[in-house]
Design a protein around this ligand. Structure first.
Ligand SMILES: NC(=O)c1ccc[n+]([C@@H]2O[C@H](COP(=O)([O-])OP(=O)(O)OC[C@H]3O[C@@H](n4cnc5c(N)ncnc54)[C@H](OP(=O)(O)O)[C@@H]3O)[C@@H](O)[C@H]2O)c1
Length: 255
């Protein structure tokens, strides 16, 4: 391992030109706790050759590249992926060749990709993080507990996102449904709403005879997820092989 970066967490971002990837790059580049080692996009992307953090002053950020071959073994601690199902495979190959941990922020992964990630976690630390917000981790915990206190109540999840979001329901809605199920809810319906520039809103409702309660999380800035992903990367740094979630990062895990 290189020692040049001291206690910094060295990251490579895959999907670096996208809405999330660009914010991860910008925030990491401005924060001395992190070293932005590299930024990757797919071949043919218009972002290739551009700075990974064009707005920042000071030391220039790395340029976005389209080939993982430039990254040497042990050059980074964590690969952070906010790309696509296909990109997830590129990130797995990259983490393997660099021999580092992988934080998977991309949602709507296929079953085959999730299986490949599980397999990969035998050899390195893999953090599957469909939502990197602290508030959503707390909400998931509250939903599980509410479901266990309200047996027989109908559970519905309404999620709202910007009109560019490719997957529905959101990875977060799926996770909240899993939490409700873990708490004993058996009738769970999910509704997805797409429109405008909504960063992300999730409401979980438990309805019973004569009453209902609602638990809502609203994200007001994408930077929330970028900062959460970076905090989780710092947690992942140097961690051995295994399968991790945001609950583990926040000490909320029940396993
Ligand atoms: N974990 C969280 O908290 C969280 C929060 C928000 C979003 N997300 C998820 O993160 C993912 C990205 O969201 P986004 O809003 O940033 O999307 P986006 O703006 O479309 O960004 C994705 C970027 O990845 C690139 N890409 C696609 N395939 C690639 C590959 N094989 N190799 C390298 N780069 C590739 C895309 O290029 P093209 O546009 O040219 O295809 C695009 O620049 C989605 O799955 C989203 O649901 C997670």
């Amino acid at each position: 391992m290189s020692t040049g970066h001291g206690q910094q967490t060295r990251i490579i971002v895959v999907g670096a030109g996208g809405r999330m990837g660009s914010r991860v790059c910008a925030i990491a580049h401005a924060d001395r706790a992190f070293a932005l080692i590299g930024a990757l996009e797919h071949a043919g992307s218009t972002f290739v050759g551009r700075s990974a953090s064009p707005e920042s002053g000071g030391e220039p950020a790395p340029k976005i590249v389209d080939s993982a071959r430039v990254f040497t073994r042990s050059c980074a601690d964590v690969v952070i992926d906010f790309s696509s199902d296909q990109g997830a495979h590129a990130s797995m190959a990259l983490a393997r060749s660099v021999d580092c941990a992988l934080l998977m922020g991309t949602t709507a992964l296929s079953e085959a990709t999730r299986e490949a990630l599980r397999e990969e976690s035998r050899g390195r630390a893999i953090l599957l993080a469909p939502n990197t917000s602290l508030g959503v981790a707390a909400l998931a915990d509250l939903v599980r507990r509410a479901a266990s206190m309200l047996p027989g109540y109908d559970c519905s999840i309404v999620e709202s996102h910007h009109n560019q979001k490719k997957d529905a329901p959101s990875g977060t809605a799926i996770r909240l449904a899993e939490s409700a199920k873990a708490g004993g809810a058996d009738r769970i319906e999910t509704l997805s709403v797409r429109g405008g520039d909504v960063v992300g809103e999730h409401t979980v409702r438990f309805a019973g005879p004569g009453e209902y309660i609602e638990l809502t999380h609203r994200a007001t800035s994408r930077d929330l997820f970028a900062r959460g992903a970076l905090a989780a990367s710092a947690w992942l740094r140097g961690r051995g092989p295994g399968w991790w979630t945001m609950e583990d990062v926040l000490g909320l895990s029940t396993r």
